[in-house]
Design a protein around this ligand. Structure first.
Ligand SMILES: Cc1cc2nc3c(=O)[nH]c(=O)nc-3n(C[C@H](O)[C@H](O)[C@H](O)COP(=O)(O)OP(=O)(O)OC[C@H]3O[C@@H](n4cnc5c(N)ncnc54)[C@H](O)[C@@H]3O)c2cc1C
Ligand code: FES
Length: 267
């Protein structure tokens, strides 16, 4: 669907971990048409009237309720402004933007790898895949308090295989070992790919992490998609600030991505 402008209203905006918040927006039109992995561009006015829009993945949607949820990390002026917005504040949004995950209906056993806030575009994908496939999520952060959990509709969260096992497995890593495995998501990915027969891998997080995860997937012969969170200005393909070098030449993360087949990307 072609992107459009929508005036949206903050329903809730809460800190869920240190420097990480979740904003629930009343966005009745865009909530109907977002695909997993697509993003929206929010205008976050500050004292500088010329501030650019900021891109955010959509963590979850409630089409019936006309709501979308964004999980964001406070980094600079724009996200600090966003964190201060109270219930009832209005903003404008452009969406749906970009190309999301292309995981096919044939996927049977998917591995999702999230580094930190990279969980954001993977939540909707996990919900979609769990309707018919097994999903293993490796999610990592610096410490236990910074792990953002999946938020799935109850019907898919409790989905089981024919033998009654849960379709969802979650493996957590932390840099400090305060929960899960002490180490990085990349430490676990290669081992898991060697042990299990995955047919699809999706990853998001810091680019060096995604590059390592993609290399593991390619070595194991598993189709891998990466979501590249490049700095963006226009968000609609006009400025090339989000250029990604690929085997097919320069592509734009905002319109050709942010999701790319890992084999195409020249890291
Ligand atoms: C397609 C896409 C989806 C995204 N989804 C999410 C999301 O769901 N949740 C979330 O928290 N963030 C997401 N981001 C990143 C988010 O857009 C930036 O964190 C935000 O624009 C920072 O704005 P700011 O004004 O607070 O920071 P700025 O003042 O613009 O920058 C502060 C610091 O953050 C760094 N930074 C800014 N933008 C990015 C970026 N795109 N990638 C890496 N570093 C950056 C800057 O280099 C600088 O060091 C996404 C980015 C893209 C391109
Ligand atoms: S942000 Fe302008 S071309 Fe992608």
């Amino acid at each position: 669907m072609a992107p459009f402008l929508e005036a949206v209203v903050v329903r809730k905006n809460d800190e869920i971990a240190p420097d990480i918040s979740c904003v629930l927006l009343e966005a009745p039109r865009v909530a109907q048409c977002l695909e997993p992995g697509q993003f929206v561009h929010l205008l976050l006015p500050t004292f500088d009237a010329h501030i650019l829009r900021r891109p955010f993945s959509v963590f979850a949607t409630d089409a019936a309720g006309g709501l979308i949820e964004i999980v964001y990390q406070r980094l600079g002026e724009g996200t600090r402004f966003l964190a201060e917005l109270q219930r009832g504040a209005s903003l404008d949004l452009i969406g749906p933007l970009g190309q999301g995950w292309r995981a096919g209906a044939n996927t049977r056993n998917a591995l999702l790898v999230a580094g930190g806030i990279g969980i954001a575009p993977l939540n909707m994908l996990a919900a979609q895949l769990l309707t018919s496939a097994r999903v293993c999520l490796i999610t990592g952060a610096q410490s236990a308090e910074r792990i953002v959990s999946l938020r799935l509709p109850s019907s898919v969260a409790s989905a089981t295989t024919k033998t009654g096992e849960s379709r969802l497995t979650v493996i957590t890593t932390t840099d400090d070992g305060s929960t899960g495995i002490k180490g990085l998501v990349t430490d676990v990915t290669g081992e898991l790919l060697a042990q299990q027969d995955f047919d699809y891998l999706a990853t998001c997080g810091p680019e060096p992490m995604q590059r390592i995860v993609a290399a593991h997937a390619l070595a194991a012969g598993v189709t891998c998609e990466v979501s590249l969170e490049r700095r963006m200005a226009c968000g609609i393909g006009a400025c090339l600030s989000c250029a990604v070098l690929t085997r097919d030449g320069t592509r734009r993360a905002c319109v050709d991505g942010p999701v790319f087949n890992a084999e195409e990307v020249l890291w």
